[in-house]
Write a protein that binds this ligand. Structure first.
Ligand SMILES: [Zn+2]
Length: 237
């Protein structure tokens, strides 16, 4: 795996003292071209960045050192923590996104993403359930990297948590779904079940773990998938 360090971004700061990255956050760039995205990620006026950019041909650029705090998450929340930039490593994956012609991620690009994730995981203690989509931590604002992103393929390579076809020890029902989603890490409002953020969290969950149908309806299969994920966490605890 070749990583180019010829281009760097000025948009970063120090991580809080003693804080080590324990989350991996995946994005798509959501701009017309990879060149546009690179320019923006390195533009001081834009005030955004990521640690890595992965081009559609598989080229990997390191824009910010892993021990620095890059600016990619924006207003977000996971497991009660709303300073996601401080705890995470961010990877921007070139794709026009839903605004400019969302398309499949080419195989060379996915191979590069896989190799990069494995390398990062070898350097940092990042639990499987904290390998997340931008949409997971900002469901009301973000859709990336989106339903065409191959999370199942990454899970096959040992990256991220994925539902299994084994009987669940942790039962999730429609009634307990939002609480279970919150236990998993999503930001839900349990006092207002009809809140817009709750539906957005369900959609984000489905987009990640059941990309074929992300309508926000809490159906039986969604309950089973979440049950399987929580069972794997509980088995480890
Ligand atoms: Zn993003």
């Amino acid at each position: 795996m070749q990583i180019s360090c010829n281009t760097t971004s000025p948009n970063f700061g120090p991580r809080p003292k003693g804080q080590k990255p324990d989350m991996l956050l995946l994005h798509y760039t959501g701009m017309k071209t990879g060149g546009d995205a690179l320019q923006r990620l390195c533009d001081p006026a834009a005030q955004v960045s990521a640690h890595y950019l992965v081009e559609e041909n598989g080229d990997i650029l390191r824009l910010v050192e892993e021990d620095q705090r890059a600016w990619h998450a924006g207003v977000s929340c996971w497991a009660g923590d709303s300073d996601i930039n401080s705890c995470s490593i961010g990877i921007e994956i070139v794709n026009p996104g839903h605004e400019w012609g969302y398309r499949a991620f080419p195989a060379p690009q996915m191979r590069a993403v896989t190799q990069l994730c494995l390398a990062i995981l070898s350097r940092h203690q990042i639990p499987a359930e904290r390998i997340l989509a931008h949409s997971d931590v900002a469901p009301l604002r973000k859709e990336d990297p989106g339903e065409l992103f191959d999370w199942a393929g990454l899970a096959n390579a040992g990256i991220g948590l994925w539902p299994r076809n084994t009987p669940d020890t942790t039962e999730v029902t429609a009634d307990s779904f939002l609480a279970a989603l919150q236990r998993y890490g999503y930001d839900t409002d349990l006092t207002t079940p009809g809140a817009a953020k709750n539906r957005a969290a369900v959609v984000a969950f489905q987009r990640h773990f059941r990309p074929g149908l992300f309508d926000g309806a809490i159906d039986k299969q969604s309950c089973q998938i979440l049950g399987s994920l929580l069972s794997q966490l509980d088995a480890r605890a």
